[in-house]
Design a protein around this ligand. Sequence first.
Ligand SMILES: [Zn+2]
Length: 116
Amino acid sequence: MLMHEVMVAQNLLAAISEESAKHNARPKAAKISFGKLYALNDEALCFAFEAFAKETLCEGVKLEIEHKPIQGQCKNCNQSFDVEFSSPRCPKCGSEDFQLLPDAPLMLEEIEFQSE
Ligand SMILES: [Zn+2]
């Protein structure tokens, strides 16, 4: 198991548990997102999460992972946009001179609670 995924899984588990306690509810699913360049393995993360969630409030919680597109900013017109690597250019002015913006951080987007 990879160290990074283990740490992220533990943090997620803590965050979800805390939110669930606040809502006095049991979590059912959680949605997280991070940038495409983020060095995190989905499978390893889910595996680690599942392992740590055992016998906790979060046991059986399904993780949904969304990968955010990479953002670029045009050096010509300053437009920021989602970079398509098949045709990397500014959608506004067509310039291919742009810089990549920092990758999206890991976010806990939403938690779905069990209704009862
Ligand atoms: Zn442009």
